[in-house]
Design a protein around this ligand. Structure first.
Ligand code: RB5
Length: 152
């Protein structure tokens, strides 16, 4: 039996169709999934769903999250306000791989209006299977939360 991490996922209306496709793929791979919404393509506010995912990754309840909006930009901005969340907006597989290897990204963000389904699935699969390299990258990540912005 596979023991794959549970993934918390959310979108806004603009990326609702892509979210549904990503959920199918996660199910195919065997990941348990929790969807915070929305449940349709009706217009909604992305910060609400971004917050719902980021809060539960920040708390440690979920090790990995996925967020999608039209561009991926708004969701990235929201998610990265939460200490401990490292959200990476990825538009192609190399960025997805490096966001894991170097940044230990724990939230994958994609833009449903920016990339096609095939690209999104490739990004997802690369992001899920790529490990963090640690070492000097661990030291750098530790600096994110230790250095207050006013320290210059
Ligand atoms: C919604 O129109 C759009 O603004 C949203 O999906 C996202 O792209 C925001 O960053």
């Amino acid at each position: 039996m596979k023991n794959l991490p549970a993934i918390i996922i959310g979108s806004d209306h603009a990326a609702y169709p892509l979210k549904e496709r990503i959920k199918q793929e996660l199910a195919r791979l065997g990941h348990p999934v929790e969807d915070v919404g929305p449940g349709s393509s009706a217009s909604c506010d992305y910060p609400e769903y971004g917050r719902a995912v980021a809060r539960r990754v920040a708390s440690g309840e979920f090790a990995r999250g996925i967020l999608m909006c039209g561009t991926g930009i708004g969701m990235s901005m929201v998610a990265n306000r939460f200490p401990g969340v490292r959200a990476a907006l990825c538009t192609e597989p190399l960025s997805a791989a490096l966001s894991r290897r170097h940044n230990d990204a724990n939230v994958l963000v994609m833009g449903g209006r920016m990339i096609g389904e095939t690209m999104a699935l490739e990004i997802l699969n690369v992001w899920l299977r790529t490990a963090f390299e640690g070492d000097r990258h661990q030291r750098r990540i530790a600096m994110f939360d230790r250095v207050p912005p006013e320290a210059g």
